[in-house]
Design a protein around this ligand. Structure first.
Ligand code: NDP
Ligand code: GDR
Length: 335
C-alpha cells in the first residue's frame, strides 16, 4: 500500500464512509477512536473485520482530540500522507448544554491536531495534507444561497467552535504553507446517521410507527430549512480536495433546501402514513437560537473538483425510510 491516512472521528457517520472510500482506493487507513464503555465500531463493521491481522487495511488507535500527546504520538507512529479531522461533538443542540466541551473538542481539538501535524512535518520534513470538517452552521444567520464568500455568523456554540477551527486551518496554511483545506459541508445524512439528528429521528419513527412499535414522534422546530445531501457522496469531495495542486476551501451542498415539515411529509408519505396523526411538538427540542435557512451553492466544488451531488432529497429520504423499515421489521419479529 502506497498511501496512508489518519482519520479522527472514524467511528462516526462520515468516518465510516470515508474509510470505505479510501480502502477501496488502496489506502492504509488509520483511525483515532475514543475509549467508550460500549464498543463504538458498529459503523465500521463492513470494512473492519479482522483487526488483529497486521495487513488489515484499517487500523484503530485509542486517542482523543482533547489529548494533544496522543495526537502527536500517533502522527509520529503512523506518518500519514493525509489527515482528515472529522472528530467532533457534532450535535448542535447538545452544544448549548455542553458549550465548553464542544469548544474544547471542535475548536481547540482542531488546533491540537494542526499543531501535531505541523510539528511532525517540521521535524521529519515529510509532506502531509490536512482536511478540516467545516460546517454550514458557520453561516448561521446569513441567508441563502451561501457560498465560500458568504460571511460567517454562527448561531450556536458548535457553530462558533467550527468557525474557530476554520480559521486555525487557514492560519496553518498561511503561516507554515501547510496543505490544509476546509470543506464547508451542508447537512448530509444516511442510514448510518445517529438517531438524535432530525432526519434519522424521523425516518426511524416512520419505520417503527408503520410496524406498530411506536405511536407518537416528539419534535421541536418544524420551520427550519436545510440543504440535505447523502453522506456517501460528500466524503468523495473531502478526498478530492486533498488531491488538488493547491489547498483551498470548498462548499459542498445540493442547492436544494427543505423544511423539517417537508421532510415529515415525504418520509411519512413513503409508507402511506399522514405525519399529522403522529407528530407532537415538544418545546424541549427547541434551541435557544435557531439557524433558519441553509441552501449551499457548490459551484466551486463542481468546477474545480468535478464533484456533484448524486442523491436528491426524495431519494435520500426514501433510502433512510427503507433502511429503518427493515430494522423495524426485525425488531417486530424479535418482540
Ligand atoms: P458523527 O457525530 O457521526 O461523528 C463524530 C465522530 O467524532 C465520532 O467518531 C466520535 O466518536 C468522534 N469524536 C467525538 N468526540 C471526540 C473526541 N473528543 N476525540 C476524538 N473523536 C471524537 O459526525 P459526522 O460523521 O456526521 O460528521 C463528521 C464531521 O463533519 C464532524 O466534525 C461534524 O461536525 C462535521 N459536519 C457534519 C455534517 C453532517 O451533516 N453530518 C455537516 C457539516 C460538518 P464516538 O463514536 O466515540 O462518538
Ligand atoms: P443540524 O441538524 O442542527 O442542522 O446540524 P439536526 O438534524 O440536529 O437539526 C436540523 C433541524 O431540525 C430541527 N429539529 C430537530 N433537530 C433534532 N436534532 N431533533 C429534533 O427533535 C428536532 N426537531 C426539530 C433543528 O432545530 C434544526 O433546525 C447538523 C449536524 O450534523 C452538524 O454537525 C452539522 O455541522 C450541520 O448539520 C451542518
Amino acid at each position: 500500500m502506497d498511501t496512508s491516512c489518519l482519520i479522527t472521528g472514524i467511528t462516526g457517520q462520515d468516518g465510516s464512509y470515508l474509510t470505505e472510500l479510501l480502502v477501496n482506493k488502496g489506502y492504509e487507513v488509520h483511525g483515532i477512536m475514543r475509549r467508550s464503555s460500549n464498543l463504538n465500531t458498529e459503523r465500521l463493521r463492513r470494512i473492519y473485520f479482522e483487526p488483529e491481522t497486521s495487513d488489515a487495511p484499517v487500523k484503530l488507535h485509542y486517542g482523543d482530540l482533547t489529548d494533544a500527546s496522543s495526537l502527536r504520538n500517533w502522527m509520529d507512529e503512523i506518518c500519514p500522507d493525509e489527515v482528515y479531522n472529522l472528530g467532533a461533538q457534532s450535535h448542535v443542540g447538545v452544544s448549548f448544554e455542553n458549550p465548553e466541551y464542544t469548544a474544547d473538542v471542535v475548536a481547540t481539538g482542531a488546533l491540537r491536531l494542526l499543531q501535531a501535524v505541523q510539528s511532525h512535518v517540521e521535524t521529519t520534513k515529510r509532506k502531509i495534507r490536512y482536511y478540516q470538517a467545516g460546517s454550514s452552521e458557520m453561516y448561521g444567520a446569513n441567508p441563502p444561497p451561501q457560498d465560500e464568500n458568504t460571511k460567517f455568523h454562527p448561531r450556536s456554540p458548535y457553530g462558533v467552535a467550527k468557525v474557530a477551527a476554520y480559521w486555525y486551518t487557514v492560519h496553518y496554511r498561511e503561516a507554515y504553507g501547510l496543505f490544509a483545506c476546509n470543506g464547508i459541508l451542508f447537512n448530509h445524512e444516511s442510514p448510518r446517521r445517529a438517531e438524535n439528528f432530525v432526519t434519522s429521528k424521523i425516518t426511524r419513527a416512520v419505520g417503527r410507527i408503520k410496524m406498530g412499535l411506536q405511536e407518537k414522534l416528539l419534535l421541536g422546530n418544524l420551520k427550519a430549512s436545510r440543504d440535505w445531501g447523502f453522506a456517501g457522496n460528500y466524503v468523495e469531495a473531502m478526498w478530492l480536495m486533498l488531491q488538488q495542486d493547491e489547498p483551498d476551501d470548498y462548499v459542498v451542498a445540493t442547492e436544494e433546501s427543505h423544511t423539517v415539515e417537508e421532510l415529515l411529509e415525504v418520509a411519512f408519505e413513503h409508507v402511506e402514513l399522514n405525519w399529522r396523526n403522529h407528530v407532537e411538538i415538544d418545546v424541549n427540542y427547541y434551541r435557544p437560537l435557531e439557524v433558519d435557512n441553509l441552501r449551499g451553492c457548490p459551484n466551486k466544488a463542481k468546477q474545480k473538483l468535478s464533484w456533484k451531488p448524486k442523491v436528491n432529497f426524495r431519494e435520500l429520504v426514501a433510502m433512510m425510510v427503507d433502511s429503518d423499515l427493515e430494522k423495524a421489521k426485525t425488531q417486530k419479529r424479535t418482540t
